[in-house]
Design a protein around this ligand. Structure first.
Ligand code: GLY
Length: 504
């Protein structure tokens, strides 16, 4: 079953069960200042869960373009992505745990036809109701029901505030041969995690004596997350009950496609295989051994950056544009690791449009703008790479020991966009190391400063001599006409700017 067939089957199943099919919203959340991006299927429905708005129907279903950077450091393994399509069913005060679990099991085992013996479920440590439903009503053997704490089985809120609650996940077992060791029993894992929680320890995973559904090895793939929305959490973390218990579920189409296509790996599905083939032919490097991860990162980041741009985000030094710029640079760095010294990402957009342009016409419509933006960013970063190397050479020549200071690596990263792993690679060639603890320290200080400044900082207003107000139409429109009131360079008004001249 390919992605289109999976999507149709999912949506059709829930329509039959009385759900209204809602279209995918933009990756830029409409009217939600607490969120940078649409990071899950429930984001467009946030006001329905909290009772601020009345839903068009209490049962809804959707297939939502989603982008999140939560797992960005894991992208390159077999399952993590920054951009994905999330299938979901939603109940606003209608069915709750029992209905959500029964629908999910029927769809996965009867419609998708997955072998029930290959499915494991997880629940929250304290969720005895969900345990009983899985065991008594669905008939999942207790050896395949695992309990986890808040870090794994509590979901939300999306953004600073919103609906939140315990969740239950369905995981697909790729088999013992993909795993690291024999399974720990659910009872033993529960005892470890409860003891950790009582002792205030965050997670006992490194000490767990066996494999389990959330193990870091490649055995399990999380297919579907069923969230039992029960609370509204405010920005201070205070929780109050929602107007009515509700359901939000999220199933990544890419992961289901991998399982349905028998490949167990997102990057072995049709779409990704073709993108990786294009990346191989462009760089002349096969996706084998330790080169595989870089090709996967390029394929994932090509998707996320192109979709973000097609929804109106442009690279910049703040807010959404900054996130986009960092992802583009990450992809370019991985290309550099594969030997690409010239901008290359823009040359892969055609392959992406071939793969996904039919399902997402906005991508095809914006192809040339996306390519041009990626090409310009690539050119700009090539300069940055060279500048970074120059500064690094100066620092190294004045170094007295064999360790480059963490704050130097951080300055290169923060001011010049020079990634720390590139700094580390370069130093290694010269017999040097980087003080990574110092780098992390500088990074967390920077994060704390950024958090304190703002959760979501928009561009500063620059006063210009022209007295005119501006209407922001970006929540409704991605394009619009505007009049340029002034051009500023170094804080002074100028009549013209060259393309590389820093504005303001
Ligand atoms: N909202 C459920 C999920 O993103 O997994």
């Amino acid at each position: 079953m390919n992605g289109d067939e999976i999507r149709d089957l999912f949506i059709g199943y829930f329509e039959e069960k009385g759900h209204l099919h809602m279209p995918s919203a933009s990756l830029i959340p409409a009217g939600d200042p607490t969120l940078l991006f649409t990071s899950a299927g429930m984001v467009p429905f946030k006001p329905f869960f909290t009772g601020e708005q009345t839903p068009p129907r209490v049962r809804m279903t959707s297939s939502q373009k989603s982008f999140r950077t939560t797992d960005i450091d894991e992208v390159g393994d077999h399952k993590h992505l920054t951009f994905f399509e999330m299938l979901g069913n939603f109940s606003i005060g209608d069915y709750f745990k029992e209905g959500a679990i029964e629908f999910a099991w029927e769809l996965v085992t009867k419609k998708f036809g997955l072998d029930p013996d290959k499915l494991f479920v997880t629940i929250h440590l304290d969720d005895d109701d969900a345990f009983k439903i899985w065991r008594d009503q669905v008939g999942v053997p207790v050896e395949r029901i695992y309990r986890y704490g808040d870090s794994d089985n509590w979901w939300g809120p999306a953004g600073n505030e919103g609906a939140t609650g315990p969740c239950s996940e369905i995981h697909y077992d790729g088999g013992r041969e993909k795993g690291c060791q024999d399974m720990v029993s659910p009872d033993d894992l529960t005892a470890i995690l409860r003891a950790d929680r009582d002792a205030g320890v965050k997670s006992g995973f490194p000490d767990v004596p066996g494999c389990h559904p959330n193990c870091d090895c490649e055995r399990f793939v999380e297919l579907w997350n069923l969230v039992f929305m029960q609370f509204y959490q405010d920005a201070q973390g205070t929780r109050v009950p929602l107007p009515a218990p509700s359901i939000d579920t999220g199933m990544g189409i890419e992961r289901v496609a991998a399982v349905m296509q028998g490949v167990h790996d997102n990057y072995d599905t049709d779409t990704f295989r073709n993108l990786i083939a294009a990346s191989e032919s462009l760089t002349g490097v096969k996706a084998e051994g330790d080169r595989t991860a870089s090709h996967r990162v390029i394929a994932d980041h090509l998707r996320s950056t192109s979709f973000l741009m097609a929804d109106g985000v442009l690279p910049s030094n703040e807010g959404r544009g900054y996130v986009l710029r960092r992802i583009i640079r990450r992809a370019i760095r991985h290309g550099h690791q594969l030997g690409a010294t010239e901008p290359f990402l823009h040359k892969l957009v055609t392959s992406l449009v071939d793969q996904m342009g039919d399902a997402y016409p906005e991508l095809a419509a914006d192809q040339s703008r996306v390519e041009e933006t990626l090409r310009l960013e690539g050119e700009r970063f090539v300069d940055t790479l060279e500048q970074g190397i120059r500064i690094l050479d100066q620092e190294i020549s004045s170094l007295s020991g064999l360790v480059l200071a963490g704050d130097v690596a951080f300055r290169l990263y923060d001011t010049y966009g020079f990634p720390v792993d590139l700094t580390a690679d370069y130093c290694r060639e010269k017999g040097l190391t980087v003080d990574m603890a110092g780098f992390e320290q500088a990074m967390s200080e920077q994060r704390a400063r950024a958090r304190a400044a703002s959760q979501f900082q928009m561009a500063e207003t620059i006063e210009v001599s022209v007295d005119q107000s501006t209407t922001f139409s970006g929540y409704e429109e991605l394009k619009g006409k505007a009049t340029v009131l002034a051009l500023l360079a170094d804080g002074k008004e100028v009549q013209s700017l060259t393309s590389r001249q820093p504005a303001a």
